[in-house]
Design a protein around this ligand. Structure first.
Ligand code: NAD
Length: 262
């Protein structure tokens, strides 16, 4: 299937590794020009080189910086000639007990996982509508549908974003101009973040990482973790010209882990 987005420009945030990188790779395969961001320049340059190898015809620009800061966002936006596709992503907040979180911890989580995507949407969405094409994908979490108690900062901040997007995506001046806004909700994906979580749990409990990972796999109907490239493939489809009638949705991709009917 031709996704019909070759030659468009995408800003993919937090894309040197993991799910953001998976999205950048899938968009590159569709011929989309890319601006990718991450905090560390070395991994970012390595990813950019991989992307250029995947799709020699596209332009790939890099912006090293923290996307959760006004400076990081400004630099990312300036680097992109026009944002046709926006993939919002940033690292998730740390786990913990809400009794230990002060106002600063909450503001940090809200900044990263709610207000940063909203600021980037604000900066790009009206120009998308004026051009008659726009695709915005927010990487959130399966925890929006099935909250995880130790991830209270994530549950809270991402639910705030989800509620906001539910309203915004239905504005006729956006949906009626072929601008869609959707959230992708990952379950357990085999990325650095997941490995770090297992290493932390192994250090605490003394149980080997592989044993913890295997126990977790068994809880997922697919009996495995997701791969970043399958996440990227869904992202690319949602960004394609074929998905103009899909907006305001929360698409869970979790190997069947969420047990509800809807
Ligand atoms: P990852 O740690 O593998 O990769 C994160 C990427 O984001 C890296 O490229 C890193 O440099 C970049 N990054 C992080 N914070 C940034 C910032 N402030 N500014 C710019 N770049 C930044 O993580 P991942 O597993 O790909 O997760 C991506 C998002 O999805 C996170 O918010 C995570 O909480 C969420 N999520 C992941 C899973 C999973 O199983 N992997 C499950 C649910 C939710």
């Amino acid at each position: 299937m031709d996704f019909g987005i070759a030659g468009r420009w995408a800003l993919v945030c937090a894309a040197s590794k993991g799910l953001g990188k998976g999205c950048a790779q899938a968009l590159a395969r569709e011929g989309v020009n890319l601006v990718i961001t991450a905090r560390g320049d070395a991994a970012l340059q390595a990813t950019a080189a991989e992307l250029r190898g995947l799709a020699p015809g596209i332009e790939v620009r890099t912006v090293a910086g923290d996307i959760t800061t006004p400076e990081g966002r400004a630099a990312a936006l300036v680097a992109c000639p026009q944002v046709d596709i926006l993939v919002n992503n940033a690292g998730g907040p740390p786990p913990g007990d809400f009794r230990q979180w002060d106002r600063e911890a909450w503001i940090k989580a809200l900044d990263a996982n709610m207000l940063t995507p909203i600021e980037l949407i604000k900066a790009t969405v009206d120009a998308m509508a004026a051009r008659g094409f726009g695709r915005i994908v927010n990487i959130t979490s399966g925890a929006v549908k099935a909250p995880i108690d130790i991830l209270g900062l994530s549950n809270g901040a991402r639910s705030g974003l989800t509620g906001f997007v539910a309203g915004l995506s239905r504005q006729p001046q956006l949906a009626g101009r072929n601008v869609t806004i959707n959230n992708l909700l990952p379950g357990a994906f085999d990325t650095d973040r997941l490995q770090i979580t297992f290493k932390g749990a192994a250090a605490k409990t003394g149980t080997p990482v592989e044993q913890l990972a295997q126990a977790r796999r068994k809880t997922i109907p697919a009996q495995r973790f997701g791969q970043a490239d399958e996440f990227g493939a869904l992202c690319a489809f949602v960004c394609s010209q074929h998905a103009g009638y899909l907006t305001g949705q929360n698409l869970l991709i979790d190997g069947g882990a969420f047990g509800g009917t809807f």
